[in-house]
Design a protein around this ligand. Structure first.
Ligand code: TRP
Length: 331
């Protein structure tokens, strides 16, 4: 099976935007690929962060992925900082990574603008990402559009490294993007992309009463000022969420009742709240079970690190050999 690699920052809890946009796809890919899913804590520290909660957030992210259906029997789930080969390969790759292209990375420009003093780690971030992928010689990388530039840099780094050190046997494959069908999930404010930092999300482990509490005041079609005004489902964010969580029959019913003003927005939201709760309940229950069995989670994380490291060591050994380093004598 072809190898897939992807990474997610330990932002703590996942929300339905992450789930629809990425994690559901990660779960599905397990049937067709040899998947490697990494919590990229070394990336998380390139931007100001709270060191007192990093570890907790990292664990929570592992538990969230498992709760969503990432299966540690079939896939390798691990924490980036547990496999120090990532940083070693990163260093080696900085020697072929083009400075000019790093300067052009939009994520770097965007994030560095928000900082008074820009850490070099933020600049080197895409090289670490390249190392993540190339360390497992992954052929495919499921990512959203915002990561395409980083993936293109990864391909460029692989090309340059191969050209310099691999002769006519390209040891580091140029990975392909598996673009998630641009599901841009708008937040409950009806404006910006759903994002934890904007507080416009529904968390994957929110209990039904919280889901309702967040949906009730959510923005809908602005033309529906009163209960009697007919609406346009296509411009309503709540309708968009129905398309992701409700059956086709319900979606049709909702659209009809919106256009005819048969239902008010609250009626529509109540149905959506039920559908979302129904979908998320098994995830929330699995998450709770995992939280109650930390030893099991530790074991999964440890096992993931061991399996990832075995592969990482093989690649790194070959990379260093081709780069001409004096091997360390064992024993
Ligand atoms: N930069 C990615 C993001 O912010 C996370 C990431 C790190 C990643 N390493 C990766 C994604 C390797 C895919 C492959 O979403």
């Amino acid at each position: 099976m072809r190898r897939v690699f992807s990474g997610v920052q330990p932002s703590g809890e996942l929300h339905i935007g992450n789930w629809l946009g990425a994690v559901q796809n990660w779960v599905a890919l397990q049937d067709r690929y040899d998947c490697h899913y990494c919590i990229v804590d070394l990336h998380a520290v390139t931007f100001p962060y709270d060191s007192t909660i990093l570890a907790e957030r990292t664990r929570e992210m592992v538990m969230s992925l498992l709760a969503c259906g990432i299966d540690p029997q079939r896939s390798i789930v691990f924490v980036q900082s547990h496999v120090p080969e990532h940083t070693e390969l990163q260093w080696l790759l900085t020697t072929v990574a083009p400075l000019g292209e790093l300067e052009r990375m939009t994520q770097f420009k965007d994030k560095s603008q928000r900082l008074e003093s820009v850490p070099a780690g933020l600049f080197a971030y895409p090289v670490l990402q390249a190392a993540d992928i190339l360390l497992y010689r992954a052929e495919a990388v499921p990512v959203g559009e915002d990561q395409l530039q980083h993936l293109e840099l990864t391909r460029e780094v692989a090309r340059r490294w191969n050209a310099q050190f691999a002769g006519d046997d390209p040891f580091l494959p140029e990975p392909q993007a598996l673009l998630t069908t641009a599901k841009r999930i708008v937040g409950l404010d009806g404006q910006a992309k759903m994002s934890k930092s904007l507080g416009n999300t529904i968390g994957l482990t929110d209990p039904p009463e919280d889901i309702w509490g967040k949906l009730r005041p959510a923005v809908t079609d602005p033309a529906r000022v009163t209960r009697k005004d007919p609406g346009t489902p296509e411009v309503c964010n709540i309708f968009d969420l129905h398309k992701h969580f409700s059956s086709p029959d319900t979606v049709e019913l909702v659209a009809g009742n919106c256009r005819s003003a048969g239902w008010g927005c609250l009626d529509c939201k109540r149905v959506l709240a039920d559908r979302i709760s129904e979908t998320l309940t098994p995830i929330r229950e699995r998450f709770t079970t995992l939280r109650e069995s930390p030893a099991e989670v530790d074991e999964i994380i440890g096992e993931g690190a061991d399996r990832a490291q075995r592969l990482a060591r093989e690649t790194l050994k070959e990379v260093k050999s081709r780069m001409g380093f004096l091997p360390r004598k064992e024993g």
